[in-house]
Design a protein around this ligand. Structure first.
Ligand code: PRP
Ligand code: URA
Length: 205
């Protein structure tokens, strides 16, 4: 399943992310805000379990989220989405997946992994950009190898090539985007996109 989350607030804030002149500070703040807004949609189907509580008035049966949630940012750029989602799901654990794209081949290279127990958790893989899909596919490979069974992929901007690559290898994974862009250029960048997400988040270019 692929969901492009269509909401005026997300579209407006995404415009800020796309603008070349947006500062590093503003980029980070707005990226957190977009990720937080996306959290509402990506958590829509979380399972609930009944609990009995006492309100100041009486006892009642209500519901709470019953599964562990693990946020799995793909380093570096995925880190820019963690706080926005964690603000709404403060109990979420965070597992880090270090991966970069080789600039020549565009193939992903794994360089770091530190994750909590994934076996019964809903794992949300975070990365602003879904370009060729190589990084997302490899991150999901790694997380499944580590025991993850319920995975959602949450990206800000994606293209059809990346979506196809993920669904071909991992048809069980739900994909959420804030926007689907038309083109993956010859250098493997999304156009119009927002540029190099990691560089924009960390001010490295
Ligand atoms: C970017 C981005 C994704 C990947 C997407 O990371 O954050 O992880 O490229 O491209 P793909 O879909 O073609 O794999 P990058 O490799 O630039 O590393 P960084 O986050 O450290 O900047
Ligand atoms: N990675 C990025 O950061 N941006 C793109 O457009 C493609 C891959």
């Amino acid at each position: 399943m692929v969901t492009v989350i269509n909401h005026p607030l997300i579209t407006h804030k995404l415009t800020t992310l796309r603008k070349e002149e947006t500062s590093t500070k503003d980029f980070n703040q707005v990226l957190d805000e977009v990720a937080g807004l996306m959290a509402y949609e990506i958590t829509r189907d979380l399972p609930l379990t009944e609990v009995e509580i006492n309100t100041p008035m009486e006892t009642m049966t209500t519901s709470v989220i019953s599964k562990d949630i693990v946020l799995a940012p793909i380093l570096r750029a995925g880190l820019g989405m963690v706080d926005g989602i964690r603000g709404l799901i403060p109990t979420a654990k965070v597992g880090h997946v270090g991966m970069y794209r080789d600039e020549e081949t565009l193939n992903p290279v794994e360089y770091f992994l530190k994750v909590p127990d994934l076996s019964d958790a809903i794992v949300m893989v975070l990365d602003p950009m879904l370009a060729t899909g190589g990084s997302a596919v490899m991150a999901i490979d790694v997380l499944k190898r580590e025991g993850a069974k319920h995975i959602k992929l949450v990206c800000i901007v994606g293209v059809q090539e990346g979506i196809d690559a993920v669904l071909e290898k991992h048809p069980d994974v739900d994909i959420y985007l804030a926007a689907k862009d038309p083109v993956l250029n010859e250098q493997g960048y999304i156009a119009p996109g927002l540029g190099d997400a990691g560089d924009r988040i960390f001010g490295t270019k």
